[in-house]
Structure formats: structure tokens, C-alpha cells
Design a protein. Structure first.
Length: 332
């Protein structure tokens, strides 16, 4: 089945079965693993366990409660934009099974922040929710700060933390906002608007940044008072893949996620943690499909981790298995 069709099929199935009395408790009994040693407090929030679902899976905040039944400690919705947009042309999601990877060029397809806010208000989250926010494709970079503020205003009373996404490779010129000047403008504007509430605001960065650019990120985070960093988003790098070059080239542009990103994302986590002397928390994401992968990122300096592609390839038991592994092998 086409990967995007498969995603919608799974969502429709979860939505249907989630409404059947007694089904959700059964799912929780299979997949939810609880242990006091998994608890950790990060940027002022008490997480029941350190394994979250990365943004992009539940873009429009449709199934966060049902997905929480699989044992996630937190779920990140989005990326949402001020106005709904269709994203890039299909096909735009591709599997590389030999590499346990995905390539996507979705392009922030979503129904708009107001629709997501309406669902969050109606469905009363049973799990910690992060709101991943971005700008519309048609918004020029010089006006990007207004888009991020609009998203913040809609979600400020509905999510537990925010993530500023300037690192997707699938919106033209978006990654230019990772440069020091425009990034500081966005973060400072959000922090100013956020002052009365004090919600944690995090920055999601690309794995393709150089060490010099990562040095700038550390300075920007500390200077702006940003609560932390999510490392990392998908990569545009195609080196080291076992899939045939012709197959990869036929897919074309897009962000690569999954096992090929594992090493680089861990390197970025370790570099940021060491460079900043641990002055801000890091959420580690990229190629996690086992307890070993999660523990490696935590030991590199991450405070929490997120899964996405590994959840698709390994199935719904992944979160439970990671948490069991962390308890057995020592989370701290």
C-alpha cells in the first residue's frame, strides 16, 4: 500500500476502534509500561516516561488520546500553520525498507492551527502535548515571525510546550530561518509574547548543520532564553544508504528519517550538550527503533527522546520495549 494511504488507513482504524467501549483499556494493558524510575522533570513538566511521539504523525491533533494508549510519555502535534494548506503534490512519502527509513516531502500539510485548537479543546488531552508550529508556504521569510505568533496565540492555553520548526527541508527557504538573525527575531518575539504564561518554547534543528552553525544555535538558545532544543529533524543527506542509487534518485527531494539518521542525530546531541555544558535540555530524535538507541541518546545528553519512523517499522510495542529496556539497563 502507498505509505500515505497506509497512514490514513491506520488513523481511520484507530479512530473507529477507539470509540468502541472497552477497546482502549485493552490496548493500554498491552502497551503501557509504568515504572517510577521512568519519571523525569524537564523544563518544568513532569513526564511519566521519556519516550514521546515526534511531530508529523498526528499533524492535526486528531488522535492524541488514542495514540497515548501505546505508552507514550508525551505527544507532539503538528507541524501546524496559521492557515490550512495541502502541502506538496503526491506521492510525497516513500519507504526505503532496506534502510528502515522514510523519505518525505509532505510540506506542512495540515488543516490549520484553528482546527487543531478546536480538537484539543474538545477532546481534553490525557497526555502531555507539545505544539509544533511553522509558517505557511506562501508567507515570505521576512514575515515569518507573524505566522509563528499566530500559531502560538491559538495554542497557548491548549499545549504544554511549543516547538519552533525552522528545520523542515520541504518548505522552500524555511531552513534559512535557522540563521542567527532571523532565528533570534522569531524566538525573541515568541518569548516576549510568552512572558505571562511561561510555556516552554523549544527549537527544532536540522542534522545538516555544521559545528559552527551549532555553536550559533547554542548562543541563540542561551541568549533568547529558549527552553531547549529538539535534535534532530530529517536530513537531506543521502550518503551511506544501502538502497540502490537509482531508487533513491527516482524518489527525488525530501527529508530522510529512520536508521540512517541515528548516528548523526546522536553526534548533534552530544555536541550541543558538551558545548552548552548541559545548560539546556535536549529532546533526542532520529533513528530510534530500540531501547539501545534510546539509551545511547540519553547518555549523549538528551533528557527525553522521540520516535516516529521506528514506530512505523517496529510497530506499536516499540514504546513499551524501550521503557522496559531503560528500567532494566539504567535510565540515569
Amino acid at each position: 500500500m502507498d505509505p500515505e494511504r497506509a497512514h490514513h488507513f491506520v488513523f481511520n482504524s484507530l479512530s473507529f476502534w477507539g470509540k468502541v467501549p472497552g477497546v482502549r483499556p485493552i490496548i493500554r494493558s498491552f502497551y503501557k509500561f509504568e515504572n517510577p524510575t521512568l519519571h523525569r522533570t524537564v523544563f518544568g513538566i513532569d513526564f511519566p516516561n521519556p519516550v514521546g511521539l515526534a511531530a508529523g504523525f498526528d499533524k492535526d491533533a486528531r488522535l492524541f488520546n488514542e495514540l497515548s494508549d501505546f505508552g507514550f510519555g508525551f505527544i507532539e502535534i503538528g507541524t501546524v500553520t496559521p492557515v490550512g494548506q495541502p502541502g506538496n503534490d503526491q506521492p510525497r512519502l516513500f519507504r526505503l525498507p532496506q534502510d528502515e527509513a522514510l523519505i518525505n516531502r509532505m510540506g506542512f500539510n495540515n488543516g490549520g492551527v484553528k482546527e487543531a485548537a478546536k480538537r484539543l479543546r474538545k477532546d481534553h488531552p490525557e497526555v502531555i502535548i507539545g505544539g509544533n508550529i511553522g509558517k505557511n508556504k506562501v508567507t515570505p521569510n521576512e514575515n515569518a515571525v507573524e505566522d509563528y505568533l499566530k500559531c502560538y496565540d491559538e495554542l497557548k492555553d491548549l499545549v504544554d510546550y511549543f516547538v519552533v520548526n525552522v528545520s523542515s527541508p520541504n518548505t522552500p527557504n524555511l531552513r534559512e530561518l535557522q540563521e542567527k538573525g532571523p532565528l533570534l527575531e522569531i524566538l525573541n518575539a515568541l518569548q516576549s509574547r510568552n512572558q505571562p504564561l511561561g510555556k516552554p518554547i523549544l527549537l527544532k534543528i536540522a542534522p545538516d548543520l555544521t559545528n559552527s552553525q551549532l555553536d550559533d544555535i547554542v548562543e541563540i538558545v542561551l541568549e533568547s532564553g529558549t527552553a531547549g532544543v529538539i535534535a534532530t529533524n530529517t536530513t537531506i543527506d543521502r550518503s551511506g544508504l544501502t538502497s540502490s542509487t537509482s531508487a533513491v534518485e527516482a524518489i527525488g527531494a525530501g527529508g530522510l528519517s529512520g536508521k540512517p539518521v541515528t548516528q548523526r542525530s546522536t553526534e548533534v546531541i552530544r555536541y550541543l550538550h558538551d558545548k552548552s555544558q548541559g545548560k539546556f535540555p535536549i529532546i533526542g530524535v532520529g533513528g530510534i527503533d530500540s531501547g539501545e538507541d534510546a539509551l545511547e541518546k540519553l547518555r549523549a545528553g538528551a533528557s527525553l527522546v522521540q520516535v516516529y519512523t521506528g514506530f512505523i517499522y517496529q510497530g506499536p510495542s516499540l514504546v513499551r520495549d524501550i521503557n522496559r529496556y531503560l528500567v532494566k539497563h539504567g535510565l540515569n
